[in-house]
Write a protein that binds this ligand. Structure first.
Ligand code: ZN
Ligand code: ZN
Length: 359
């Protein structure tokens, strides 16, 4: 990964802003900027300096992984080491913090430890904005994660049948994921059958799958740090015309949104492409969530693909397209793919077919 370019971009942003330095505390942002994958650390970046702080548990890992920054191992608390370092070098800094990620308690502790002439400011989401556009290497990681993730659905299709518990389906998928090299799941696997399929986030439960209903399978893996995210919905038992036509309405909406994706269009326009189709087929009010979200080092990251959002798509952005309709107490349907924005359209990353499947 090109950490030096990422660091250079951040320093450029700093030079154009009114803060002197930023204390990066969000671990995915730290990983993105300098390569550290551990669970405790802070990266301090100013126009001239880059310093990574962690504790002695991560001495070796930090020395091996951290690129382009000086590593300081705190003797005691990491925040204390940061306070001491800044107190020694830059007593009058305007220091930016990641307000979305630093806890209220950490902010207070930091203020207590920092020199009194220093000011804490909320930094703009510089790193999140940079992370929206994936470079070639990241796209390659994402493609691999999506391929591995998609293979789990084949396993699900072998397992899903009446009488099998939702957690058993999830367990088989997750076992296969780990065997195939996944670092973990990108979120708790959703297997929602029967009336539970009408819950947009129905985590796999002890419920047995019963004939005559949909099963929503929403799942993803983490591979080389990058997440995949995919949803397929299958019917169990004898086919119902009503179920089939609702399924195809969602599929048409999902494909319309994918067809709308291209560089220069807003995410709001992508959302409305899906919404229009569902409104036309009479299902508009059953589509109760947004159309999608960015994916990368985190399962949910900017941009939000939602109504009236004005973020403009650029080549290299990776988003999900996942319209769904939900009839409370009855059933629900969602279809989700990941796509990478290109100049003229998009690359559909998810390889799995979308035809109505009954098992
Ligand atoms: Zn999903
Ligand atoms: Zn998603």
């Amino acid at each position: 990964m090109n950490f030096s370019l990422r660091q250079k971009n951040l320093r450029q942003q700093l030079s154009e802003s009114k803060i002197d330095a930023i204390l990066v505390s969000h671990l995915p942002n730290i990983r993105y900027l300098c390569g550290f994958t551990g669970s405790a650390g802070f990266l301090l970046v100013s126009e001239r300096e880059k310093v990574f702080f962690t504790d002695s548990r991560y001495r070796r890992q930090a020395q091996e992984q951290v690129k382009g920054a000086k590593v300081i191992i705190a003797r005691n608390a990491v925040l204390k080491a940061i306070g001491d370092w800044i107190g020694h070098h830059h007593k009058r800094w305007k220091l930016g913090i990641e307000a979305e990620h630093l806890t209220v308690a950490e902010r207070k502790r930091l203020l207590d430890l920092l020199p009194s002439g220093l000011r804490l400011l909320n930094a703009p989401p510089f790193v999140e904005r940079a992370r929206m556009v994936k470079d070639k290497e990241e796209l390659q990681c994402i493609r691999s994660a999506v391929q591995l993730g998609a293979s789990l659905f084949d396993r699900a299709l072998e397992v899903i049948k009446p009488g099998v518990k939702e957690v058993e389906v999830a367990a088989e998928m997750e076992y296969q994921a780990r065997r195939a090299g996944a670092e973990g799941m990108s979120f708790p696997t959703i297997i929602a059958s029967g009336a539970r399929s009408a819950l947009p986030h129905g985590r796999a439960s002890e419920q047995c799958i019963a004939p005559g209903g949909f099963v929503v399978c929403d799942f993803g893996v983490i591979l080389n740090g990058y997440c995949s995210d995919q949803t397929r919905t299958v019917w169990v038992g004898l086919e119902l015309d009503k179920a089939r036509s609702a399924y195809y309405a969602v599929k048409t909406a999902q494909e319309a949104a994918i067809a709308a994706v291209r560089s220069g269009i807003t995410v709001g326009d992508v959302d409305s492409a899906a919404r229009k189709v569902l409104a036309k087929s009479g299902f508009g009010r059953y589509f109760t969530h947004s159309t999608g979200h960015g994916v990368g080092l985190e399962i949910h990251e900017p941009p939000r693909v939602a109504a009236a959002q004005t973020e403009v798509l650029n080549p290299g952005m990776v988003i999900t397209i996942e319209p769904g309709i939900y009839f409370p107490g009855e059933w629900g349907i969602r279809i989700e793919d990941m796509v990478a924005v290109t100049a003229n359209g998009c690359e559909i990353l998810t390889p799995t077919g979308k035809d109505f499947v009954a098992v």
